[in-house]
Design a protein around this ligand. Sequence first.
Ligand code: HEM
Length: 193
Amino acid sequence: MTTQIPAGYTYGSTAPSPVSPEELAQLEASVLFTADDQEALRTAGDVLEDQVEDVLDVWYGFVAANPHLVAYFSTPDGTVLNDYLGRVRGRFGQWILDTCRRPHDREWLSYAHEIGLRHTFEKKNKTDDAPSVSHIPLRYMVAFIYPITATMRPFLAKKGHGEEDVERMHQAWFKAVTLQVILWLRPYSSDRW
Ligand code: HEM
């Protein structure tokens, strides 16, 4: 992972999230996310730092193997957009480390809202000016929590940590992904969120 800022990554300069810090704290409590999880994620960041590309290979392999998923990185008539895949990949890698390292403050909350928007009619394709389909269905956003969590475990176990520490990091990762997907779903239905 280079220290270069990925194309289209606008952390710190997006509009404020409509979610308040109080609502965030209540959501954290609802997914049992605690200071211990934040600490376990920091360790996970060190473990994952030099494995980000390998993690992305697994996730992109999973998407590529499923035509109904790769469709969201394609034109409406089914041509896969490799430039788009590549640009999003850079931001995805940054997100792995941000999930481990960024404090859950207002900037983080705002970028979580922005990522949600970028999966929907409102902002999908805009960052990369991609001629792709215009929206990712809500059902797949929820479905992805499982693969994005399950596939992470072997990477967390690769740096010699004991079973208990790996489990702590994995549980913290699971909670952090769940929490973010909840925030990302707000643009899908703000009145029912
Ligand atoms: C963008 C993660 C669900 C397709 C992104 C980004 C991240 C991410 C980190 C880049 C955000 C940025 O611009 O900084 C995730 C996670 C998911 C999820 C953790 C669920 C747990 C999905 C699903 C699909 C998908 C189900 C459909 C196959 C895309 C596409 C973009 C994107 C096409 C680019 C959006 C744009 O045009 O800006 N995702 N994603 N994602 N994701 Fe997801």
